[in-house]
Design a protein around this ligand. Structure first.
Ligand code: ATP
Ligand SMILES: Nc1nc2c(ncn2[C@@H]2O[C@H](COP(=O)(O)O)[C@@H](O)[C@H]2O)c(=O)[nH]1
Length: 306
């Protein structure tokens, strides 16, 4: 060994292996509990080599699904031509196509849905959406573009794509937005069409955290989108949250509260209202609505024979 070269560290390798096993076990648990769908796990495995999903053996993946005992798993692998021990991420193109076809049969009742989460300023849309992102990664969220300036701590490309007015104009011109609006009579915000469509095509539902004008546009272009309204426990609590967040000036807060009155009056246009008294509780209610919508659509399709 040359001087200065790193010595192999068996203890570190052992710890990494344990960590990787734990991550794979978490994926299996999520599949078994229905928190993640089999299609989402397979697509993630094929997109991200080296991920826990990619390193999961196909036999373990299938055995995690409800109703799949050892005999059924063995038969499935024989039908799909998948060898024992093969990892999900190592399947070739032909096998991937066969797995996708099988998923169409085994998971027909799940259709990805576009979900809108709207509601007045500071009700907690961003906070609830973040909880969903952290606990239910199978539900995708798009990163909007905006012309407003980044707040301290906000990261370009993560919280928003922060763009200039000229860039936003160009994006409108090139039809890059699924919807867009000027919010609080101030800055413009828009949802990118291509990433949302790609996620839907991959079988994932997509949650859009947008304003009322955007929600109405989505209703127009995606009539089967599910529109959820996040409401505050009370007006006073809404004002407390806005002031407590401390990210707006007094005049900006006034402007936002004026919009909030209009948004609160729009509640009947939505498919459901969820009161955000507790973040985890509200987030679970959002996810329940999404899962119900995914299943509901399938049931309707089955009934109509399609
Ligand atoms: N259930 C809750 N209980 C108490 N505080 C909450 C709750 N949900 C969110 N908050 C707090 O309320 C403030 C506003 O939340 P958030 O920024 O998520 O609102 P928002 O609806 O995304 O606002 P905007 O539309 O203005 O972007 C934050 O300080 C957040 O921590
Ligand atoms: N119509 C759209 N509204 C959006 C989008 N992204 C965010 N928003 C909404 O804007 C306000 C203000 O957000 P803030 O980050 O400045 O506090 C809030 O209601 C968001 O939901 C979008 O792409 N389209």
């Amino acid at each position: 060994m040359t001087a200065g070269a790193a010595m192999p560290d068996p203890a570190a390798a052992g710890r990494a292996a344990i960590e990787a096993r734990r991550a794979r076990a978490a994926v299996k648990r999520a599949l078994g509990a229905g928190q993640r769908g089999p299609r989402d796990v397979a697509e993630r495995a094929w997109q991200e080599p080296g991920s826990p999903e990619a390193l999961l053996r196909f036999s373990e993946y299938a055995a995690s699904l409800r109703g799949f005992g050892p005999t059924r798993v063995e038969r499935l692998m024989a039908d799909l031509g998948i060898a024992t021990g093969k990892r999900l991420g190592a399947l070739g193109n032909l096998q991937r196509e066969r797995v996708r076809g099988w998923l169409d049969d085994v998971d027909p009742s799940r259709r990805p849905r576009l979900i809108v989460l709207a509601g007045p300023t500071a009700v907690g849309k961003g906070t609830v959406a973040q909880y969903v992102r952290e606990h239910f990664p199978q539900i995708r969220q798009s990163v909007s573009a905006t012309t407003r300036a980044a707040r301290p701590g906000e990261i370009d490309g993560v919280h928003y794509a922060f763009v200039s007015d000229a860039d936003f104009d160009r994006m409108i011109e090139e039809r890059e937005f699924l919807e867009w609006a000027t919010v609080h009579n101030q800055s413009r915000y828009g949802t990118p069409r291509s990433s949302v469509q790609a996620a839907l095509d991959e079988g994932s539902s997509v949650l859009l955290e947008i304003d009322l004008q955007g929600a109405r546009q989505v209703r127009e272009s995606f009539p089967d989108a599910v529109l959820l309204f996040l409401a505050p426990p009370s007006w006073d609590e809404l004002v407390r949250r806005l002031v407590g967040r401390g990210t707006e000036t007094a005049s900006e807060r006034e402007r936002r509260l004026e919009t909030a009155k209009v948004e609160l009056a729009s509640q009947p246009e939505f498919d459901a209202t969820i009161v955000n008294a507790d973040v985890a509780e509200a987030a679970h209610q959002v996810v329940e609505r999404i899962l119900a919508a995914e299943a509901d659509d399938g049931a309707a399709r089955t009934r109509s024979g399609h």
